[in-house]
Design a protein around this ligand. Structure first.
Ligand code: HEC
Length: 88
């Protein structure tokens, strides 16, 4: 249920041209960030905090020899999270 909400709500709120990129970011987020714990709610942190969290998670991925996020993957995930992040 929660996933359904997460997946549909943002689509209704996004301007059209950004949709595809955000979707790509969201898919990556789901595949890369839900392996070790449940997917955190994007609105729980600010854009700046997400940037820092991603650095930390990259290191954690390294600890278990999971391939790190490529620069492109990281930017896409951040793009998605920043759209949903809480304001300052
Ligand atoms: C290699 C395993 C692993 C992966 C992959 C991973 N995390 Fe984490 N994450 C952890 C661990 C371990 C913790 C700390 C313990 C916990 O909260 O479950 C954590 C905690 C968090 C927290 C809570 C704040 C904190 O720093 O403790 C957030 C937010 C988070 N992760 C986001 C992400 C995001 C976004 C991604 C994808 C880029 C991601 N995680 C991928 C292992 C991982």
């Amino acid at each position: 249920m929660k996933y359904l909400l997460l997946a549909t709500l943002p689509l209704l709120m996004q301007p059209l041209q950004a949709e595809e990129q955000i979707d790509a970011g969201e898919n990556l987020y789901k595949s890369r960030c839900g392996m070790c714990h449940q997917l955190p709610e994007p609105g729980m942190l600010t854009a700046g905090q997400w940037r820092i969290v991603l650095e930390t998670m990259q290191k954690r991925m390294g600890h278990i020899e999971m391939p790190p996020l490529s620069r492109e993957e990281r930017e896409r995930i951040l793009g998605y999270l920043e759209q949903r992040a809480k304001g300052l």
